[in-house]
Write a new protein. Structure first.
Length: 532
């Protein structure tokens, strides 16, 4: 049997609540396939929790088994091997499988001839494993880091869609917490990042909130659930899939505000900081920039108060974005420069790429094009290095803008198209519309009115779905202008076509006149000859 865990090492209240959910899932999903994804960056904490629930499982007559992923990281292969070796499993006895080792998988290929890295194989196996796992009717607890969790919904979307649950344990070891604050493992995605961790379904969150509220209206877990609810509503609004746009927009704001209130009551300053930033980011996306600035400033104040350098850099970046949208470009540059300095100091390469991109935007709008393009290129190099597709597409869009402003339209089209491809690939609807709009503008300048019109209409459709009225109006104005130009262009081209046909018609007429003349002359000669 597994030895008893050290009772002296108690979990934090938040982790204790998560543990209760985990053990409940293990006990209540016997007899059916139940993939449970658990995220934890604290290795010591992970081992304590595994040891504890394995001990509890033994007491509940549930046998624990472990699978450690290796060079061929197939979860199904590990399950199959265990089943063949264990009579208890062959008899259909109660069991729980713990899968570890994902954090040790290599992201790079060991040999140039290898088609995939170990981590690529892991995601590939998960993506195509649904049918292969149906025979394993047990709870399967898959342990991953937050970084891998972030990638799961994107690189193994099918597996993600039929997961039973996603649980998250907060780091408790001081060294892990310090490293997280220093930025070695980002705790949250960048503002408006479409590559962010996939969120739970709306109905699932609503049911959890209702259940927990009925048990205890002041339960600490409600804060996190309301924050997630706000993120779900915000995502639905941004992606244009909200059933009632105005209502869900208000639902997002209300949910974030409730989360903030709960965190304040708990004196959880760090969580309050992130929730304020969530709310500020949503206000920014809805063009409510002054409200965004208010929340981002509060987030920045807390970050400095608790010495969270990573959070400070992100709040500075968010403030810079808000001032940029207010067209206060010099002030935006000051915030982005501060953000860049902190990200470089703490070694946060992903944040460095984001700060460089935003800094470039400021200089572009101040018409310092050479400086802007140099910074965009630096940003692009960093973003490709760390694999941040969202910011890579933003830098490509920025480079396209510079070439557009310099009148180098063919070059700008190239960069706009590359940006558009990535925006569509990662599902960034607002970014897709922005790339379409920029492409339309340059096509219109090249006189390709029909192509421009189609791009304007596609951009308008997306903006309308997102509820961005000012952007819809911008597209409408451009479409109206093109509709005035196109008939004129057609009228101009028509005479050109007619004139181009005239020479051919004239030559044909001349040939006919020569034929008629010769025939007439022949007839005259024939008549003269007969009268002789």
């Amino acid at each position: 049997m597994v030895p008893q865990p050290d009772e002296a090492q108690a979990l934090t209240q938040a982790n204790e609540e998560t543990y209760d959910q985990l053990i409940s899932l293990i006990e209540n999903t016997q007899g059916r396939l139940a993939p449970i994804i658990v995220a934890c960056d604290d290795e010591a904490l992970r081992q304590r929790i595994i040891q504890r629930y394995e001990s509890d499982a033994w007491e509940a007559q549930i046998r624990p088994y472990r699978i450690v992923l290796g060079q061929e990281p197939s979860m199904r292969a590990g399950l199959e091997t265990l089943t063949q070796q264990q009579p208890h499993l062959q008899r259909g006895g109660k069991a729980v499988f713990t899968v570890t080792g994902a954090e040790m998988l290599l992201r790079v290929k060991l040999n140039p001839q290898d088609e995939q890295s170990e981590l690529d194989k892991f995601f590939g196996y998960l993506q195509w494993t649904r049918e292969g796992l149906r025979e394993f009717r047990y709870p399967i607890v898959l342990w991953v880091t937050y970084r891998i969790l972030h990638e799961l919904g994107i690189r193994a979307a099918d597996f993600w869609s039929w997961r039973k649950a996603v649980l998250r344990f907060e780091a408790e070891s001081p060294s892990v917490i310090q490293n997280s604050v220093a930025g070695s493992q980002p705790l949250r995605p960048f503002e408006d990042d479409p590559d962010a961790e996939p969120l739970p379904p709306l109905a699932e969150l609503q049911a959890e909130i209702a259940e927990l509220t009925a048990q205890d209206p002041d339960a600490p877990g409600l804060a996190t659930l309301y924050e997630r609810l706000g993120q779900v509503y915000a995502q639905r609004v941004r992606q244009g899939i909200a059933e009632n746009l105005e209502q869900e927009r208000e639902n997002a704001i209300n949910a974030f505000q409730k989360a903030i209130a709960y965190y304040q009551a708990q004196n959880n300053r760090s969580a309050e900081m992130w929730a304020l930033r969530d709310l500020g980011g949503f206000f920014n996306s809805q063009s409510r920039h002054l409200e965004a600035i208010d929340n981002h400033q509060k987030s920045l104040d807390i970050a400095r108060e608790i010495d969270d350098r990573y959070g400070e850099a992100l709040s500075l970046m968010s403030l810079g974005n808000a001032y940029h949208l207010l067209e206060q470009y010099q002030k935006a540059i000051e915030f982005h420069q501060q953000s860049l300095e902190i990200n470089r100091k703490i070694g946060n390469r992903d944040g460095e790429g984001g700060s460089l991109c935003n800094l470039s935007n400021g200089y572009y709008f101040l018409k310092q094009y050479q400086l802007a393009i140099n910074l965009y290129q630096q940003a692009l190099d960093v973003q490709r290095e760390v694999g941040n597709r969202n910011y890579e597409s933003n830098s490509l869009l920025g480079i396209g803008n510079v070439y557009h402003s310099l009148g180098q339209y063919s070059r700008s089209i190239y960069f706009y198209q590359r940006s558009l491809e990535i925006k569509r690939e990662i599902g960034d609807r607002k970014g897709e519309a922005s790339s379409l709009l920029n492409l339309a503008n340059v096509l219109a300048k090249l006189g390709r009115s029909w192509d421009a019109l189609q791009h304007y209409q596609q951009a308008k459709q997306i903006y309308r779905a997102l509820g961005l009225k000012h952007a819809v109006e911008e597209c409408d104005a451009a479409i109206y202008h093109l509709n005035q130009i196109i008939p004129v262009q057609q009228a101009i081209r028509a005479p050109e076509i007619t004139r181009s046909a005239l020479p051919r018609r004239n030559r044909r007429s001349k040939r006919l006149l020569w034929v008629y003349g010769l025939v007439g002359l022949a007839i005259v000669l024939l008549i003269w000859w007969l009268r002789r």
